[in-house]
Design a protein around this ligand. Sequence first.
Ligand code: FES
Length: 131
Amino acid sequence: MENAGNVQYSEKVMQHFLNPHNVGELPDANGIGNVGNPVCGDIMRLYIKVENGKIMDVSFKTFGCGAAIATSSMVTDLVKGKTIEEALQISNRAVAEALGGLPKVKMHCSVLAEEALKAAIEDYKKKQQGA
Ligand code: FES
């Protein structure tokens, strides 16, 4: 546990915050999810590239707190290579657990990651129907 001010973060959270995975835009994404938390004002954008029902590539851009960045990074790790159906089963709790837990006051940040993933899949499905 690292003590960052008065909130305790797991080592994994700190690692993903300091060295986030899959950061940036995905130029050939076919699904993009944009979500925000109106209370803290943080925003998250998740890009997915789906091929044959599988998420082949994923990346994110997050303007937000450390926990939002760590959960974005973790969710991209968790969904890579998964089918859409499997990805839809990933809850914010699963993301938080994979990070070794989040302080209670930071659980809402992981909700942003779940919502961004769902929004990106929704966007992908919509685009498929329109195609
Ligand atoms: Fe806004 Fe963490 S405080 S997402």
